[in-house]
Design a protein around this ligand. Structure first.
Ligand code: GDP
Ligand code: MG
Length: 174
């Protein structure tokens, strides 16, 4: 069964990961169905819902960082009231993958204990520049017991699926 479009419980989903991995682009792709290069900082300090009319398309508010992750200064308040979290790295950037462990440490420290986490290897369209194999993402995800997908904010690959998987998981927990 698909998500319940009449579900009215609102959740907060946050995007986490190194600067440049594609968090803002992923959100823009999901929300607008297109890739807008350079759309960084478009969502400074705001979260928005993707509900349409009186029916909720996906009953979560999705928050993006305003770029604070560049200085590793994502505020603890950002995590505190989140029920779900999309954790991204860039498959063409090894440092962003290596930093996932540090992000998870921070998440486990500041987020709610039962926060829904999904690991995403983004920029999957850039196959010629890939440095992180899919298996490496899968192995890391398995180690932490979180689901994993490779996505592309550019082509839209798995973007809808990632957000819907989160929504589905939230629904089961509701
Ligand atoms: P953020 O700092 O995590 O929010 O990352 P941005 O969304 O600002 O993206 C950083 C850069 O990567 C921008 O130049 C984007 O256009 C580009 N980008 C983001 N996602 C993808 C993707 O899936 N594929 C490709 N080829 N480029 C991407
Ligand atoms: Mg951004």
């Amino acid at each position: 069964a698909g998500p319940d479009f009449n579900e009215h419980v609102l959740h907060k989903t946050i995007l986490v990961g190194d600067s440049g991995v594609g968090k803002t682009s992923l959100l823009v792709q999901f929300d607008q169905g297109k890739f807008i290069p350079g759309s960084f900082s478009a969502t400074v300090g705001i979260g928005f819902t993707v509900s349409t009319g009186q029916h909720c398309r996906l009953c979560t508010w999705i928050w993006d960082t305003a770029g604070q992750e560049r200085f590793r200064s994502v505020t603890h308040a950002y995590y505190r009231d989140a029920q779900a979290l999309l954790l991204l790295y860039d498959i063409t950037n090894k440092a962003s993958f290596d930093n996932i462990r540090a992000w998870l440490t921070e998440i486990h420290e500041y987020a709610q204990r039962d926060v829904v986490i999904m690991l995403l290897g983004n920029k999957a369209d850039m196959s010629s520049e890939r440095v992180i194999r899919s298996e490496d993402g899968e192995t890391l995800a398995r180690e932490y017991g979180v689901p994993f997908l490779e996505t592309s904010a550019k082509t839209g690959m798995n973007v809808e699926l990632a957000f819907l998987a989160i929504a589905k998981e939230l629904k089961y927990r509701a």
